[in-house]
Design a protein around this ligand. Structure first.
Ligand code: ARG
Ligand code: ZN
Length: 897
């Protein structure tokens, strides 16, 4: 049942217009679908096959009269349609049951309101249609519903009519002025209130922006509205892309499978990415809201105006739009140092989640060749790696006057819209436009090789070795690359890898760079590796330098540069590239961990971090010129999952013990410094989510955790008492939650009290209760007590398996984010996982398939975990009526040995 990219065929029919009328009722919604179709003259004449799922079909009329039709699986097949290429009318009447729709795809009910989610293939659960993105139609939508229960009736585009009907009902009619594929259709009906804002865009046009939420949540919409206004301004300023609608709406719902959805003019969001005020949301929530509001807004051009020809091209819109939202957040952060912090955070996600995906059974190219269930391919590879591919394109169109390639890339975007506005296109079309607008660039010169980033899965390894020639005063750098095999791809051809670099002298000074065959001298250079290996010689180098390679993480590769601890300490102290400065510290910590594992050290009480590293980290922490946000990142140890990913055989308990050991060492050795960091960075006045003050809160939070870790170890009661006091007195959720988390994570006895109080304070704030569940599911496992606690929490009156946010907060936090509690020698964690995958699959296959992926890396586990994990996966596989979603993930997992 796999679908293949190569099998793409243009549609045999086009749908020109569609006029939908909904009589909304939770148990039985009636949908009248009147379409105007035309045969595609470029395709051989054939029957019309319309997709439909979970629909009750009542009537089919062609040009107003009855017609013959048949059902073939989920398709409605019409064989006797008018011949020729004249347009004809097709009318289809169906009903569906939104309140029974627990999959949250198509039309569903959440908290007594109606919402839709159509991407990727949800529209077929609303009516019969050509449910594919290359069929773009003009939509007119009439909504009818009980006026008291559903006072607000929304759909895409402009409201052209509204009024009352008999029996307490009313209607609203919406016309979308832009053609669109059906995955961008949306409707919303319910008791909602809106924050409104009128804006004038640069072109002088007036627009109405609205953020709809449930009554009572209006005080949590200011930040989303500010983010939306900033997004509109940013897309106009950076890319010349204006808002093309009179009205732009965002609606929040608490039942949502993913983050948010870019339906034309009517974005529907998970409440998690809309609602925030200082009392209920953390700095991270504020940052996520800014980036997701931006992301969905930017889709209006990259996704909606130009959409995907087929779902294999998903990264065309997602990779590009993630790139755009990352750039937006960086621009919003302001100063160079704050931009660098955002870049480090983005790379951290890429390397911990996407590199793991690329090394596991679900590895797939940025443009996949086949899939069973498209919902399984909304992945970090399509999104985050896809964004890195776009970022490399920008880097590869740089010129001496445009060092980052921003102008060249913007020119490429302009050409992309000139060529393809209003079309459904491919990743090739995008890359071609960027290259054609930058003739002579490294991208244009290497375009076909560059596009291997789209076709080949796996994370390339980049080896670098340098040799210094004192007599010639030259330094020669040799770069070579390879890429491990991935499912269905054994051998990889070389990638085009931009390597931004600088050289430092051993006393930390930046050295001017002059390639031996070039005349210009620059402080930083981007080498472009296009072959399996190549050498570069730099002239006029007085002594052996330390190379700082892959600055800013200029390509999504694993760098093996052979630098030793002394070299890395130089970079940690002096590198002018903040990414590589951070990376040097991470590598030193990681290497300490890997050495300890390799030497099979007895971990109890043995120091793992060297004195040199500890004092270098102290210097970073105390440095007067570095931002607090950077210090927080630099002093945070690599995660257990990231450490585990570097090992061929993983004993999760050992990795955990080792990281705990390192943390205790860092906490104890720097105790006075942590105390200083806490005192110097806490309570920075009235709350604002800006980069600088959120950085201070983050560093104060890390300091609190470290102080509690040290206190639990040495029996000090004073500091945890002060942390508990901050928990109670905090003026915002970030400080409060950091204090709570410090107590929980350090395993302090005050944690239980604090958790109980926290629940009492926020019992009516669903998003805060999600945090409460997640924190407990992620707590340290002192005596195998986390799993029993998780099972007990499933019985809590606030728990519900049907609400994806809640299920994620408890179940996913335990199975994916708490390795030491999950990987139990008695296999009870795996048993729990298999139970929950099966229970969720009966309700919501998309969410179940995400949970299924918690076992992606099972085959790397040490015994007894490996065998026990396999048994659990086989238990899921043995279920006869699994969804396609879960079946695909599970069978891929089992084929990875
Ligand atoms: N296009 C949305 C976004 O990234 C994601 C929607 C995915 N939904 C799904 N059910 N697969 O902004
Ligand atoms: Zn997106």
């Amino acid at each position: 049942t796999a679908i293949h990219r190569e099998a793409y065929a243009a549609p045999a029919f086009w749908i020109e217009t569609v006029d939908l009328t909904f009589d909304l009722d939770p148990a039985k919604t009636r949908v009248l679908n009147k379409m105007r179709l035309r045969r595609n003259p470029d395709v051989a004449a054939q029957p019309l096959r319309l997709d439909g799922e979970d629909l009750n079909l009542a009537r089919v009329l062609v040009n107003g009269g009855g017609t013959s039709f048949k059902m073939d699986d989920n398709q409605l097949v019409l064989e006797n349609l008018p011949e020729g290429t004249d347009a004809f009318d097709l009318e289809i009447f169906t009903t569906c049951n939104p309140e029974k729709n627990t999959q949250l795809m198509g039309l569903y009910v959440s908290n007594d309101s109606f919402f839709t989610q159509c991407e990727a293939e949800g529209f077929r659960r609303i009516t019969y249609f050509l449910d594919r993105p290359d069929v773009m139609a003009s939509f007119t939508v009439t909504l009818r519903a009980d006026k008291a229960k559903y006072p607000v009736l929304l759909s895409n585009g402009n409201l052209v009519d509204q009024g009352t009907l008999e029996d307490g009902r009313h209607f609203a009619k919406w016309v979308d002025p832009h053609k669109k594929p059906c995955y961008l259709f949306a409707l919303v009906a319910g008791q909602l209130v809106a924050r409104e804002q009128r804006i004038i865009s640069r072109s002088g046009k007036e627009h109405l922006l609205q953020v709809f939420v449930r009554p009572g949540d209006l005080d949590k919409t200011e930040h989303a509205m500010n983010s939306l206004m900033a997004s509109v301004a940013w897309d106009e300023a950076r890319f010349g892309l204006p808002l093309d609608l009179e009205r732009f709406m965002i609606v929040a719902t608490s039942d949502f499978n993913m983050g948010a959805m870019e339906n034309k003019g009517l974005n529907i969001f998970n409440t998690k990415y809309v609602l925030a005020n200082p009392a209920t949301a953390t700095d991270m929530d504020f940052g996520n809201i800014e980036s997701v509001v931006g992301h969905e807004y930017f889709h209006n051009w990259t996704g909606n105006r130009i959409t995907c020809r087929d779902w294999f091209q998903l990264s065309l819109k997602e990779g590009l739009t993630v790139f755009r939202d990352q750039e937006f957040s960086q621009d919003m952060a302001g100063e160079a140092s704050a931009r660098a912090v955002k870049r480090i955070e983005d790379v951290r996600v890429l390397r911990t989640v996407q590199f793991a995906e690329d090394a596991g059974p679900m590895a797939h190219p940025v443009r996949p060749d086949s899939y069973v269930e498209i919902n399984n391919f909304y992945t970090v590879t399509i999104y985050e790696k896809g964004s890195e591919v776009v970022r490399m394109m920008q880097t590869l169109v740089a010129t001496p006057n445009d060092l980052q390639g921003r102008d060249g890339f913007a020119k490429g975007m302009k050409l992309y819209f000139e060529r393809h506005d209003g079309q459904a296109v491919t990743c090739d079309d995008f890359a071609q436009a960027i290259a054609d607008a930058n003739l002579g660039s490294a991208l244009a010169q290497n375009l076909s090789t560059f596009k291997r980033w789209y076709s080949q899965a796996g994370t390339p390894r980049l080896q670098a070795s340098g040799s210094y020639n004192a007599a010639e005063r030259t330094y020669t750098l040799t770069l070579s690359q390879s890429c491990p095999a991935t499912p269905d791809q054994d051998n990889k051809a070389p990638f085009v890898i931009p390597v931004a670099l600088g050289l430092l002298s051993r006393d930390g000074a930046a050295l001017p760079l002059q390639l031996a065959d070039a005349s210009d001298v620059v402080p930083q250079q981007t080498l472009v590796l296009t072959e399996a290996s190549a050498s570069y010689t730099f002239a006029n180098i007085d002594s052996e330098p330390v190379p700082s390679l892959l600055r800013g993480f200029s390509a999504p590769v694993v760098l093996e540069d052979g630098l030793n601890a002394d070299d890395l300490l130089i970079l940690l102290a002096h590198d002018s590239d903040p990414f590589n400065q951070w990376e040097a510290g991470q590598r030193l910590m990681l290497q300490s961990a890997l050495d300890a594992i390799q030497q099979n050290k007895d971990l109890t009480g043995q120091p793992v971090l060297s004195n040199e590293l500890i004092s270098a980290l102290r210097n970073v922490l105390r440095h007067p010129g570095l931002d607090a946000a950077f210090k927080d990142l630099a002093l945070t140890l690599p995660s257990e999952n990231y450490i585990a990913d570097q090992l061929d055989v993983v004993d999760p308990q050992r990795v955990h013990a080792l990281r705990e050991n390192m943390r205790l060492q860092l906490a104890s050795a720097l105790q006075a410094d942590w105390q200083w960091a806490w005192d110097a960075h806490k309570n920075n006045g009235a709350y604002s989510p800006d980069a600088k003050s959120s950085g201070c809160r983050a560093l104060a939070g890390l300091a609190m955790t470290m102080l509690c870790v040290a206190a639990v170890n040495n029996g000090d009661a004073v500091t945890p008492g002060r942390v508990y006091q901050q928990f109670k007195d905090a003026g915002n959720m970030t400080d409060r939650f950091n204090a709570l988390s410090a107590l929980v994570v350090s395993g302090h006895a005050l944690a239980q009290d604090a958790l109980a109080l926290f629940h009492k304070m926020f019992q009516h704030e669903a998003l805060v209760i999600d945090k409460w569940f997640a924190l407990q599911a992620g707590a340290p496992d002192r005596a195998g007590d986390v799993l029993p606690r998780v099972r007990q929490l499933m019985q809590h009156p606030d728990f519900s398996l049907r609400n994806p946010n809640r299920a994620r907060s408890l179940i996913f936090s335990y199975c994916s984010a708490n390795p030491a509690a999950f990987h139990r020698a008695d296999a009870a964690g795996y048993v729990y996982w298999s139970e929950q995958v099966l229970a969720l699959d009966a309700i919501n296959p998309q969410v179940a398939a995400r949970l299924a992926r918690a076992m992606d890396r099972w085959s790397r586990l040490a015994e007894p975990y490996r065998s026990a994990a396999k048994v659990a996966i086989e238990r899921v596989a043995a279920k006869a009526d699994l969804s396609n979603d879960v079946r695909e993930v599970i069978s891929r997992a089992l084929s990875s040995i």
